[in-house]
Design a protein around this ligand. Structure first.
Ligand SMILES: Cc1ncc(C[n+]2csc(CCOP(=O)(O)OP(=O)(O)O)c2C)c(N)n1
Length: 392
């Protein structure tokens, strides 16, 4: 396997001193090493992969140097617009080094949401016209980095390293400065348990990562059939999915359980939700201040004022909870208030090491959710409740 610090040093020696991207579990050791060795303005954890391509392009415009952009291959979708219409040699021709975690590589077992993406990743890079090399534990990475960067410079174009699972040796990150992560009495799983206890009959759409895994295990623990729409891929789109459900099932309460990383990834969705104003919609933000599912890399949530955001997006109310009592209280208030509502729950980063994965296929999950959505059992009139409220 490749020594992560040596790999970082080689990048540095080749003139790379600006890193940005969206974290990926395959690249978590590299990401931790970059964080430890770069000033905060030289390592930027971005909201989405397109954001990272834009930032790297701007860095080149300002310095004439090449930046490195890391991402999971599932983020290529977000990156492709700026890769084709900004950095491409037929447009502004801006060099950069992409470091792409290869989930779903053919013949390597992985989760369903990664399989197709993994299968087409090489073809996608070829079609977009990005020269790439595969990096694995045995690679001569010094040679690969130097060859790719020469090409990026001489042809002024993006190039990529496609990184196989198990490439990097574990990197021991220095003890984290946790000033950016929320202080809270709750873990995400505890918050989810309280939500299920009080609002488990609602239609629930949950976000990518461990949130959906915990939700699925909690249903099992409660002896309930699986019924929630677990958005295993499509990071940042749970709230849009939930808004579509809320609009079309107006007699049911619809909950989107979001993460801070996911919410920030496609923040524009909140403006659209505010404009659509589904009165049966509760947007729950589980805010741990980081991308906990892929290694705990901080998000930009620490500088966000989510109450102001909810207000700016014309949500009807905002509530904040940081412990069990506050959460129970906020849930009661949410149930008396027309939506859309933003309920922010501050939680501690972390999860159980023995956390399982949802059983059954995504299509089974969809069918169970749709069956549940057909049951118009909730007779609440969401529009005829208390007036707009806000508390923290
Ligand atoms: C487009 C895209 N980019 C990156 C990922 C990898 N990924 C999966 S979960 C996750 C972190 C989600 O963070 P957050 O929403 O804050 O939830 P948490 O893990 O903290 O519960 C990331 C980056 C992905 N699935 N899709």
């Amino acid at each position: 396997m490749i020594n992560t610090t040596d790999f970082f040093t080689t990048l540095h020696q080749n003139g790379i001193d600006f890193f940005c991207g969206v974290p990926d579990s395959l690249l978590k050791h590299l990401c931790a090493c970059i964080s430890d060795n770069c000033a905060p303005d030289r390592h930027v954890i971005c909201a989405n992969e397109g954001n990272a391509i834009g930032l790297a392009a701007g860095y080149h415009l300002g310095t004439a140097k090449i930046a490195a952009v890391y991402m999971q291959n599932s983020g290529l979708g977000n990156a492709i617009n700026p890769l084709l219409s900004l950095t491409d040699p037929e447009v502004y021709s801006i060099p950069m080094l992409l470091i792409i975690g290869w989930r779903g590589e053919p013949n390597i077992p992985d989760e369903p949401q990664h399989l197709k993406q993994g299968r087409i990743t090489e073809t996608l890079l070829q079609n977009v016209g990005i020269p790439y090399q595969i990096l694995d534990a045995e690679s001569d990475y010094e040679e690969e980095i130097s060859a790719l960067l020469s090409l990026a410079s001489s042809e002024s174009r993006p190039v990529a390293l496609l990184v196989r699972k198990g490439t990097f040796l574990s990197y021991e990150k220095s003890p984290q400065n946790d000033s950016t992560t929320p202080k809270s009495a709750l873990m995400r799983e505890e918050a989810l348990a309280i939500i299920l206890q009080n609002m488990g009959d609602s239609l629930i759409i949950s976000t990518t990562g461990k949130c959906s895994r915990e939700l699925s295990e909690l249903r099992e623990k409660r002896g309930e059939t699986q019924r929630d729409f677990l958005t295993v891929g499509s990071m940042g789109h749970s709230s849009s999915i939930a808004a579509g459900v809320a609009l079309t099932t107006p007699t049911r309460r619809v909950l989107c359980i979001d993460g801070d990383g996911a919410m920030l990834m496609h923040l524009g969705a909140m403006a659209v939700i505010g404009k659509l104003a589904p009165s049966n919609f509760i947007h729950i933000l589980i805010n741990n201040g980081c991308h906990e599912s892929v290694g705990g890399q901080v998000s930009a949530a620490d500088i966000m004022d989510f109450e102001a955001l909810a207000q700016a997006c014309a949500y009807k109310a905002y509530y904040l909870a940081g412990n069990e009592a506050e959460l129970n209280d906020a849930i009661q208030k949410c149930q008396k208030q027309p939506g859309p509502i933003l309920l922010e729950i501050k939680v501690k980063p972390g999860s159980r090491p023995d956390l399982g994965r949802p059983q059954g296929s995504p299509q089974d999950c969809k069918k169970r959710f749709m069956k549940q959505a057909e049951l118009h059992t909730d007779s609440t009139d969401f529009t005829d409740q208390e007036s707009t409220d806000s508390t923290n």
